[in-house]
Design a protein around this ligand. Structure first.
Ligand code: GDD
Ligand code: MN
Length: 429
């Protein structure tokens, strides 16, 4: 591509001199000018009317030996499927090997190719988001420039989105996927990172088989208006955690070995990954159901204590302790139920409205919590008498275990999603 273009320009020079060459450059510049750099917060704006179906962002840093090969194979792959309705946005961080220049040279003859050259901001994740901000597509995607991501997987991703997925991920860990020649250590590190993610952010990492993937597509509508704040390399995690992903599709791909250039992964990126996980954990806590369930449970303790005081304290009504406790506990179960039905599981409760189903959920909640109390007493006894644990430690463990029991059963039996919305809520946190 390049040789043809420069030789064309050279021929122009020979015939008509530099003046005409300048006009030629000016004209092609306005036809396909480098994109304006988005600035400000990392938010993908909504588009009133998308210009193209698909925008693929290709972040580059020192990929001069790869980028044109990749662009050519993407064009050859996508033109038969999408016609002119796609764009390939290269986002280069002012690479010392002048990757941006290679792309700039082909802009005039390749209207589907766009270029963002960044000279102040740096880093893979922000490069990708800046590219999406400049994108004019209804579907936005990302893939590496170094030919490690085989271009064909884009078709699988596209068809997942067309089937209705909000996000489609190219995965090494599903049928048709794999890694070519990875050492044991590299495999271990990759899987270890995934395990760590699963511990810290189960509701996010558990939804994707290859959370480390840097090759995916999503509906713009699933992420527009959301402020992103990524750290390090793993932008997919950011997108799943903060975006509105009801349906996630996957397609297998084999991660190829790098032939040209070198990887930019360093050990500092592992630390950044951990910090990224923790930040997302913190930011998404309020939307975690288990967290909400625990907050409601905590409020129940106050209700229980308050009622117990009002009824049984010698300064107040001075009723019998057992009678008072039963009323206190049942009142707390009622307030917990109302809060869980409106907040913790509010979206699920909405799927089966009406007083009858609410009453059914209330009775179910009562039953599960009553069994929970019995379990709590039993567990406390076992841990204290047979495990010889300190009684308060034993009680804390019993309370934590019963909370999980209450949560799990209520989530599965009592607030199970209705049939019609099973797809939409199956993966929700
Ligand atoms: N603009 C920009 N700025 N691009 C960058 C930067 C940067 O700071 N750092 C890397 N890139 C580009 C590279 O040029 C390449 O196109 C792509 O981002 C991936 O970088 P590599 O350095 O090749 O990463 P990798 O091969 O080790 O990691 C790949 O595999 C991981 C899965 O294990 C990437 O696809 C990751 O995204 C993926 O998570
Ligand atoms: Mn790579």
């Amino acid at each position: 591509m390049t040789s043809k273009d420069t030789s064309g320009a050279r021929a122009l020079d020979a015939q008509h001199g530099p003046a005409l060459r300048a006009v030629h450059a000016e004209l092609t510049h306005t036809l396909n000018a480098p994109l304006a750099l988005p600035t400000g917060p990392l938010v993908v704006p909504p588009l009133e009317k998308p210009d193209v179906r698909l925008s693929i962002v290709i972040p580059t840093f020192n990929e001069a030996g790869n980028v044109l090969t990749l662009l050519a194979s993407l064009e050859a792959l996508l033109e038969p499927v999408l016609g002119a309705s796609f764009e390939l946005i290269v986002v280069d961080d002012d690479s010392p090997d002048r990757t941006w220049e290679r792309v700039e040279e082909i802009l005039p003859t390749h209207p589907r190719v766009k270029l963002l050259r960044r000279q102040t901001e740096k880093g893979l994740s922000t490069a990708v988001i800046r590219g999406w901000q400049a994108a004019r597509g209804e579907i936005i995607g990302v893939m590496d420039a170094d030919l490690q991501h085989p271009v064909e997987a884009n078709l699988g991703l596209l068809s997942e989105i067309e089937r209705g997925a909000d996000l489609a991920v190219a995965s090494r860990h599903v049928a048709g996927g794999g890694v070519s020649d990875w050492s044991m250590l590299r495999r271990l590190l990759s899987r270890g990172a995934q395990m760590l993610g699963l511990l810290i952010l189960p509701g996010v990492i558990g939804r994707i088989s290859d959370p480390m993937s840097g090759y995916f597509m999503l509906r713009r509508s699933a992420i527009e208006g959301v402020e992103l704040s990524p750290l390090g390399y793993k932008i997919l995690i950011e997108v799943v955690a903060r975006g509105r992903m009801r349906w996630i599709g996957e397609t297998g791909y084999v991660f190829r070995e790098r032939i040209e250039g070198e990887s930019k992964v360093t050990s500092a990126l592992y630390i950044q990954y951990l910090r990224h996980l923790l930040r997302l954990r913190w930011d998404t806590l309020p939307s975690s159901r288990l967290f909400r369930f625990c907050v409601v449970g905590g409020s129940g303790v106050f209700v229980d204590m308050g009622i117990l005081y009002l009824l049984s304290d010698p300064h107040t009504l001075a009723w019998g302790l057992t009678r008072s406790k039963i009323i206190a506990a049942e009142t707390a179960i009622c307030t917990n139920f109302l809060l869980n039905d409106a907040w913790t599981f509010g979206d699920l409760a909405e799927t089966s409205p009406g007083a009858t189903s609410k009453l059914r959920r209330f009775l179910g909640f009562n039953a599960i919590c009553t069994v929970g109390v019995a379990l709590n007493v039993a567990l406390l006894n076992v841990l204290y008498n047979f495990g010889h644990l300190n009684r308060y430690l034993a009680n804390a463990i019993a309370i934590a275990a019963v909370t999980l029991w209450n949560y799990g059963l209520n989530r599965r039996l009592n607030w199970a999603p209705g049939k019609t919305t099973a797809k939409a809520t199956a993966g929700s946190r």
